[in-house]
Design a protein around this ligand. Structure first.
Ligand SMILES: NC(=O)c1ccc[n+]([C@@H]2O[C@H](COP(=O)([O-])OP(=O)(O)OC[C@H]3O[C@@H](n4cnc5c(N)ncnc54)[C@H](OP(=O)(O)O)[C@@H]3O)[C@@H](O)[C@H]2O)c1
Length: 326
């Protein structure tokens, strides 16, 4: 697997997003199936594994990752996040986006951050987190204060690198002035462009980009026609029955382009992202070993500039219905 650098951290171009492996996200899944998927990802070279203390109930997703990396910790870059799994009795504030995951309540007060990290270390069964992100900015806490608390964790050896997720260019700049930020993790895919100011700022500061939901939470694979019960995408307007059907119709030219190239739409979506910047990596999620293998093969694809231009033209015409936020 090709590697790339995020700040000073080397990771495979394609990692693995473990969120899909906890029940209640994309519907039902049991731990046996989750463990098979994680093993397939690690064996296939997706050794940058992304989780969060908020995926699944009570650290479920981190504990799954902890079991998968047991005995092979040195091979893996472990990334996790904090701020949404708030201890009982602590206050929280509402984050205005991310509603498809239900209302997001955040608390990144510096007094809690060391406790969050210690809890994640226990769940993961490790003594250091390679990349530790603030999951969503807390409207009640200056990002500089979060960066200051994270710098303390680096100093004390609990974490190696600092990340910020779902931030603006201004927030990235402010945090980076306190302590170097290694990576920003924001949504970016063929159907959700990244904020150009954020991209420009990350480039200027030498901060890597980790693109979340690179497959458009499955839509860009061209295979989503209906949703199971309990799937969070029921809350996402782009996936309402009517919008999903019309979005699928309008996505046809890109599916056709993938077919012409002899690759799958999922591979085209991932390869396209990797061609956007040399410091972008991504973390597709899947419960299915065959999908994981298919996705990882995209890291080796080289898209001709003419192909990239054709994709860009097709994306310009691809009008998505169902709002701009997840
Ligand atoms: N920082 C944040 O706020 C944030 C928010 C959301 C996500 N994330 C991160 O981003 C990671 C990935 O995002 P995501 O899981 O939301 O979305 P995604 O990777 O864009 O899509 C995952 C979906 O695509 C399907 N899929 C994957 N490969 C496929 C293939 N080759 N063919 C057909 N279907 C395929 C999966 O189903 P199968 O299981 O059936 O393959 C699953 O339903 C998460 O795990 C998480 O680590 C971060």
């Amino acid at each position: 697997m090709k590697t790339r650098t995020l700040g000073s951290l080397q990771v495979p171009a394609l990692g693995f997003g473990a969120m899909v492996l906890s029940p209640g996200v994309y519907g039902e899944i049991d731990d046996d199936r989750a463990e098979v998927a994680l093993k397939a990802a690690l064996d296939g070279g997706a050794t940058h594994v992304d989780t969060s203390d908020a995926y699944g109930v009570d650290g479920h997703n981190e504990r799954l990752v902890g079991r998968a990396i047991k005995g092979r910790r040195d091979e893996v870059v472990v990334a996790t996040k904090f701020g949404l799994a708030i201890p009982e009795g602590e206050p929280s504030r509402s984050h205005p986006v991310g509603y498809a995951f239900n209302e997001l309540r955040v608390n990144t007060e510096p007094r809690l951050i060391r406790g969050y990290a210690e809890r994640s270390l226990r769940n993961l069964g490790t003594d250091v987190i390679d990349l530790y992100y603030s999951h969503y900015p807390d409207p009640g806490v200056p990002i500089e204060d979060v960066a200051g608390a994270l710098a303390g964790l680096v100093r004390d050896g609990l974490i190696k690198h600092i990340g910020l997720s779902n931030v603006t260019a201004a927030q990235l700049r402010a945090a980076h002035a306190v302590h170097p930020v290694t990576a920003v993790q924001n949504e970016w895919s063929m159907w959700r462009p990244i904020d150009p100011d954020l991209l420009a700022t990350a480039r200027e500061l030498g901060v890597g980009i980790v693109a979340w939901s690179p497959l458009g939470t499955g839509f860009l694979t061209g295979t989503v026609r209906t949703l199971e019960e309990g799937d969070f995408r029921h809350n996402a307007p782009r996936f309402s029955t009517e919008n999903l059907a019309s979005n699928n119709d309008r996505y046809a030219p890109i599916r056709a382009l993938a077919a012409q190239l002899g690759i799958t739409p999922a591979q085209l979506a991932l390869a396209w992202l990797l061609h956007q910047d040399e410091h972008v990596v991504t973390i597709p999620g899947s419960r299915t070993p065959a999908h994981i293998e298919e996705n990882l093969a995209a890291a080796d694809l080289t898209l001709h500039p003419d192909t990239l231009a054709r994709i860009d033209a097709a994306l310009t015409r691809f009008e998505v219905t169902g709002g701009t936020l997840l």
